[in-house]
Design a protein around this ligand. Structure first.
Ligand code: ATP
Ligand code: MG
Length: 401
């Protein structure tokens, strides 16, 4: 037994030399952020006053998923903190993932906790148990005690339950809540419609500067992946791998997350096949996996009826050649038959319309208005933006669990 034991495990990863470079949370260093020079310098410009002890502008960043919003916001914030430090200004930034901290209380707690050091301030920020207003009071005290400037990054800001925290933070200075510390907010969202839902007063204070991050083109995606190719061992990547992954990731809109996911999965698929190189067909499989993951993530936590509505659209798309979408009445018919199959009462047409609207907001489907002329009036058509086969697969796997 003991002599075969040596061959039981592979001792060295044959594919990856440094896989962390392909984790989504990995923050690439200076030379590895590709194609975002203008965005980075605009952002830097907006928060620059912090370095001379003035208030940074509040900023709202928009852009589709995987366009480098979170990355650039964190990068600029870190650079600001470093440069301020060199100028003798005490600065910090706090990062909040609002998809995790959806309530005002959770978000303030996270901020207060991340800027605090109770050995220094003597102020405690317990995980829970205090009222929202007490968390705020502690946050203001901590900021005044420790910092000249703070940047607060609210990522996925559209996931917040309401606008209250935006109101509090964007006006903390003028409302006299903090005396010495200057505060700037960077809000980030991939929902272009988000601003329209915002309270007017919040809008005017939060959106002092607004930036839209455009999708990457295939060349930029290729550069982004090339800059991380040292994640793989020498000679493992076939020369066609990165261009192919870039082309696939640029298909809907240039999404760097998808590009990096595809590259990582392609490596994992090579690994599990015992292959010594990452070949092109692994890239194709990797893309399917990346799309499935993304869609699964998008619909996580959605209600059964919200899924039935999508399933109805997937069924229509798979059985029909029409490329321009399906009318609400048609989607509703299929939806009703799915409800019957599932033994569930169907919701009203009006509710189904609302569910479709929610999916459109998440960019899972696209809606278009049409005019049928005087006899018909106007109507809406709905179309899946995701691959219908992926939608169907994910939705059916979810009903099993
Ligand atoms: N210009 C770039 N250079 C290098 N890596 C990048 C670049 N842009 C994005 N990435 C990488 O792609 C992934 C996705 O980027 P990021 O998280 O910033 O996207 P996002 O715009 O915040 O997307 P979402 O709206 O989905 O949150 C990250 O791993 C990031 O490091
Ligand atoms: Mg992000």
């Amino acid at each position: 037994m003991s002599d075969t034991g040596d061959n039981l495990f592979t001792r060295e990863d044959p594919i990856f030399a440094n896989k962390e470079l392909l984790e989504i949370s990995h923050l690439p260093g200076e030379g590895r952020i590709v194609g975002r020079d203008d965005e980075i310098s605009n952002l830097a410009n907006a928060v620059n006053p912090a370095i001379f002890g003035q208030s940074p502008s509040n900023v709202l960043i928009y852009g589709k998923t995987g366009t480098g919003k979170s990355l650039c916001a964190k990068y600029v914030s870190q650079r600001l903190v470093d440069t301020a430090g060199e100028e003798g200004v005490n600065a910090t930034f706090a990062y909040v993932d609002c998809a995790q901290d959806t309530t005002e209380t959770q978000a303030v707690q996270t901020i207060a906790d991340s800027v605090n050091d109770d050995a220094d301030t003597g102020i405690k920020v317990p995980d829970k148990g205090l009222s929202t207003s007490t968390y705020y009071k502690r946050l203001w005290r901590i900021l005044d005690a420790r910092y000249d400037v703070v940047l607060i990054l609210l990522d996925e800001i559209d996931k917040l339950d309401d606008d209250d925290i935006l109101m509090q933070l964007s006006r903390a200075g003028e409302a006299g809540k903090i005396a010495d510390c200057k505060l700037g907010v960077i809000g980030i969202s991939n929902k272009i419609q988000y601003k329209e839902r915002m309270d007017e007063r919040v809008k005017s204070s939060l959106c002092e500067r607004e930036f839209v991050f455009p999708p990457y083109d295939a060349n930029q995606l290729r550069d982004i992946m090339d800059a991380r190719s040292d994640a793989f061992r020498d000679g493992v990547l076939d020369p066609s791998t990165i261009p192919r992954a870039a082309a696939l990731a640029a298909r809907e809109h240039g999404d760097a997350r998808k590009a990096i996911d595809i590259l990582r999965y392609a490596g994992e698929i090579a690994q599990s096949n015992g292959a010594s190189t990452v070949r092109e067909n692994f890239v194709t499989q990797a893309r399917e996996r990346a799309e499935t993951d993304r869609f699964r993530e998008l619909i996580r936590g959605s209600t059964p009826h919200s899924r039935y509505v999508l399933q109805a659209l997937a069924v229509l798309s798979l059985s029909n050649e029409r490329k321009d979408g399906f009318r609400t009445s048609r989607v509703y018919e299929i939806y009703e038959s799915i409800c019957r199959q599932e033994g569930s009462d169907s919701l009203s047409l009006r509710r189904v319309r609302d569910l479709l609207k929610e999916h459109a907001f998440l960019d899972i489907i696209e809606q278009s208005k049409h005019s049928g002329g005087s006899a018909e009036g106007s109507y809406t058509k709905h179309q899946l933006l995701e691959d219908p086969a992926v939608v169907k697969d994910v939705l059916t796997e979810n009903t099993d669990s």
